[in-house]
Design a protein around this ligand. Structure first.
Ligand SMILES: Nc1nc2c(c(=O)[nH]1)N[C@H]1C(S)=C(S)[C@@H](COP(=O)(O)OP(=O)(O)OC[C@H]3O[C@@H](n4cnc5c(N)ncnc54)[C@H](O)[C@@H]3O)O[C@H]1N2
Ligand code: MOO
Length: 465
């Protein structure tokens, strides 16, 4: 460890609330930017999305059949050629209407038969409704959905599948979206294995499952994951941002953004290196020989903002800032400690960078007594039972059973908590809601009985009442 880092470490030991405040104040919201459509899922539009052209942008057929002009019988013209009166040409659903077409005759309503001179012509078949096709039948006029300049989606709209589909059909390849932090995860530890039941001394990786959903829940976009061992040079190579100037790597990152968005929160997240606003490391926060985080921060000219938090578990958590503007969030290797470290500094940092307020605690009555434990906040996974927060059990720093059944995390102050006393709690993104959803008590008005005309669509909504 360098002198500078060691010197800073002592004075940077924060309380739980100081650490959260320091992380929230460390950065400022990332400005809006254009992003490829494939990287926009879950993000909010930074400007109104307007129609660039009429929607649809050309007049087309809504049915397979013939585009026709005037009344039948019709002389057959080549597909796509302009039609004069009493001419028709074959057309498929979605096909561009030829100039002069006034309607579409569905395939099942027409038949091709020889005329008096033995030439094939189109006439109405026996199944055709009388008078068909009426003018405009089975056409999709250009601009029937929107005119150029119409607002398709207002600023602030969260982009989901339907909104992205609308943007795509309106011809957009990129959208202006709210700024969101790009996040890279570097998992460390030569003892960590990725599959199977490891031998003693080795451990199965948990962070590829735990961290990506936390990143996504608090507004980060995962752009890459990497696993390294314990060598100092490996750490340095992984955390130095040499990759930024490398266009091949930038391409890889673009692919990674797409993969991360498609499989958001999945364990099969990409493993490419790439530029990121925030790098989250796991393990190596201790002061052992294989713990290099603080050294690398010092070597890269960075500054420790938080170096240890008076909390349990997760006390060795680190937050650092680099001269290139990146942040490092150093999470302890113990699984539960890492989640708590993430809640302490990762969540407020990502929320701020994404332009959102940090997560708020809510109050629940404590289902048990916590004796005082001076100078240390305890973070305890709990289950909501009968409206109270009850510790989930098996909540040691290296354990996961408690977390696996928890709805949220109790923030126990150093002076302890009495049974039934309100305690601050934080939600977990995968937990049940911490507050019971309000029960709807107002009686719904009884739907009026009315006769249903066979021509009107039937309103089945009364069945939902
Ligand atoms: N002498 C001291 N030793 C330790 C202290 C201390 O104050 N003095 N603090 C302890 C506390 S508290 C914690 S928390 C850990 C922090 O450890 P590190 O962040 O340095 O992490 P590692 O030593 O690399 O690993 C700790 C533990 O976590 C397991 N691990 C690591 N990565 C993974 C992973 N991807 N999936 C599952 N488990 C993982 C690793 O095998 C170790 O068992 O330090 C204490 N020691
Ligand atoms: O702070 Mo450690 O996180 O208790 O195991």
């Amino acid at each position: 460890m360098s002198d500078g880092a060691a010197g800073a470490a002592h004075s940077l030991h924060h309380s739980w609330s100081e650490a959260r405040a320091a992380a929230a104040a460390a950065g400022s919201p990332i400005p809006p930017a254009e992003a490829p459509l494939s990287a926009c899922a879950g993000r909010a539009l930074a400007k109104d999305l307007t129609a660039l052209t009429p929607l649809p942008h050309y007049a087309s057929s809504a049915m397979d059949g013939w585009a026709v002009s005037g009344t039948g019988p019709w002389i057959l013209a080549e597909p796509g050629e302009p039609l004069a009166a009493h001419q028709a040409s074959p057309i498929v659903t979605g096909g561009a209407l030829p100039a002069g077409a006034r309607a579409v005759l569905r395939r099942e309503y027409g038949e091709i038969a020889p005329d008096d001179e033995g030439l094939p012509h189109l006439r109405l078949g026996p199944a055709a409704p009388p008078g068909s096709p009426s003018g405009g039948a089975d056409l999709r006029p250009a601009g029937e959905e929107a005119q150029p300049g119409d607002v398709l989606l207002p600023v602030g709209t969260e982009l989901g599948p339907a909104q992205l589909a609308l943007a795509a059909i309106a011809g957009y390849d990129e959208l202006p979206v709210e700024g969101r932090p790009l996040v890279r995860i570097v998992r460390t530890g030569s003892e960590v294995v990725e599959s199977g039941m490891p031998e003693p001394g080795r451990v199965r990786d948990v962070f590829s499952f735990l961290i990506p959903p936390l990143v996504a829940a608090y507004g980060g976009i995962l752009v890459g994951q990497q696993k390294i061992g314990d060598a100092a040079e490996e750490w340095h190579a992984a955390l130095a941002d040499d990759a930024v100037a490398d266009t091949a790597v930038e391409d890889a990152v673009e692919d990674a953004v797409e993969d991360a968005v498609e499989g958001s929160g999945s364990a099969s997240a990409p493993s490419q290196l790439g530029p990121a606003d925030v790098v989250i490391t796991t393990g190596g926060t201790g002061k052992g020989e294989s713990d290099h985080l603080r050294d690398v921060v010092a070597r890269l000219g960075g500054r420790l903002l938080v170096d240890g938090i008076s909390m349990r578990p997760g006390h060795p958590t680190v937050l650092a800032e680099l001269p290139d503007g990146r942040f490092f969030v150093g999470l302890p290797g113990n699984p539960l400690a890492a989640v708590m470290g993430f809640l302490a500094v990762g969540e407020p940092l990502l929320s701020t960078l994404g332009g959102r307020p940090p997560l708020n605690t809510v109050e629940l009555p404590s289902g048990t007594v916590f004796e005082p434990e001076l100078k240390r906040t305890r973070l305890v996974p709990f289950r909501r039972m009968y409206g109270m927060a009850s510790p989930a059990g098996a909540t040691g720093s290296g354990m996961l059973r408690g977390l696996a059944r928890a709805d949220g995390v109790m923030v126990i102050p150093p002076h302890g908590v009495q049974l039934g006393e309100p305690v601050q709690v934080l939600p977990l993104p995968w937990g049940r809601p911490l507050v019971e959803p309000a029960v709807e008590t107002a009686a719904k008005p009884k739907p009026k009985r009315r006769s249903v005309s066979s021509k009107e669509p039937v309103d089945w909504s009364a069945l939902d009442a």
